[in-house]
Design a protein around this ligand. Structure first.
Ligand SMILES: NC(=O)c1ccc[n+]([C@@H]2O[C@H](COP(=O)([O-])OP(=O)(O)OC[C@H]3O[C@@H](n4cnc5c(N)ncnc54)[C@H](OP(=O)(O)O)[C@@H]3O)[C@@H](O)[C@H]2O)c1
Length: 331
């Protein structure tokens, strides 16, 4: 079936300015880490992209290594773009990719050298069939390569026209500050930082969010649902089609300790009192901070994307709700 985008797609989504840049991102963005690889159902992947775009999600996040096998999520996304989005809709999309993790054998296939970053982006462009990406990230800090070399490569990538903006991911606060300053001096502002952040993962509150605010850099937290733990997915056991049961990534049964499950159940009760789903409450909780430009979700079914977008109808938390959440999360 050919795809006809929803003509009302821009009416229900909020678009937030990314730091002090000119770019706005949808409050909810979709990541293609899981469920878009060669081993996944292509038609389902296509439906996920359609549902997202129909709901006003204009931003799709990739990385060189998403699959499995690595690279296949970029290939599949490229096929969906070609088949359903044509030449004209490209200008309505913000597509990102990254390099940092191991992608090919030998000393040039990972981390942060100029050699790796530029070659990897060239490969990503081939796999997706794109002429340029909107955002190119350094995926993780490299303890050995001089930061100057990685940032110079990002700057040169923008100058070459292969990316419109650049970002960093998983950088601790003080390394992020240096990287952002270097990019500013080179004349290519750092658009945004992509850190892991959710009710269960709070490290960004210890300095990173302040650095991003001070430097006018955007923030797009990933895994805001803790890979599905912060939803109703595991309340009654481990469903066969869940990320834990599939066993292809890093989320395993060991993450569902009795203590964690108890916290999930209590958070779910609070969400029900707010008349939302737990996933909606977890997303709203991340989005309540104005320093957050967008939250980057994953999904295995189109309905999960619709559920996520509904969180925008209830972003406000009463002070008592926030302290109830803190009480539940206490170690
Ligand atoms: N920069 C980095 O280092 C990095 C690292 C990781 C991820 N990321 C990016 O962040 C994106 C999102 O990460 P993530 O997939 O871990 O995010 P997530 O949103 O925390 O988890 C997504 C999973 O949660 C479940 N889920 C989603 N919506 C739901 C709903 N409404 N109700 C019930 N369950 C729901 C689904 O699990 P089931 O599959 O079990 O249905 C889904 O696959 C990735 O695709 C990637 O783009 C970046």
């Amino acid at each position: 079936m050919s795809y006809i985008p929803n003509i009302n797609r821009y009416e229900q989504m909020d678009y937030r300015r990314c730091g002090q840049s000119g770019l706005k991102l949808p409050a909810i963005s979709l990541g293609l880490w899981h469920n878009f690889g060669q081993l996944d159902d292509f038609e389902n992947a296509r439906q996920l992209i359609h549902r997202a775009f129909d709901l006003g999600i204009t931003h799709f996040d990739l990385a060189n290594n998403y699959g499995p096998p690595p690279g296949s999520a970029e290939e599949n996304y490229g096929k969906i773009l070609k088949q359903d989005f044509g030449r004209f809709l490209r200008d309505e999309l913000i597509i990102s990719t990254k390099a940092g993790y191991r992608m090919w054998p030998g000393p040039y296939g990972e981390w942060g050298s100029r050699k790796y970053l530029i070659s990897s982006l060239d490969q990503s462009l081939k796999r997706t069939g794109l002429n340029y990406v909107d955002i190119f990230y350094h995926h993780r800090p490299d303890p050995e390569t001089p930061l100057e070399e990685s940032m110079q490569a990002l700057h040169d990538i923008v100058k070459s026209g292969k990316a419109l903006y650049v970002g960093i991911s998983n950088y601790p606060a003080e390394v992020a500050r240096k990287a952002i300053q270097m990019l500013k001096e080179l004349g290519t502002p750092c658009l945004l930082h992509q850190p892991k952040y959710s009710l269960f993962e709070r490290w960004v509150e210890d300095g990173l969010l302040d650095v991003l605010e001070e430097t006018g850099t955007g923030c797009i937290p990933y895994s805001p649902l803790a890979q599905g733990l912060l939803s109703d997915r595991y309340l009654k056991g481990i469903p066969k089609d869940s990320r834990v049961a599939k066993g292809v990534g890093f989320l395993t049964e060991s993450h569902l300790s009795p203590d964690k499950l108890e916290k999930i159940k209590q958070l779910n009760e609070l969400a029900v009192e707010r008349s939302t789903t737990l996933a909606q409450m977890a997303l709203a909780w991340v989005l309540k901070d104005p320093r957050v430009s967008s939250v980057l979700i994953g999904a295995s079914r189109p309905e999960q994307i619709s559920d996520a977008v509904e969180c925008l109808e209830k972003l406000y938390f009463e002070p008592e709700e926030l302290s109830a959440i803190e009480n539940i999360l206490k170690p």
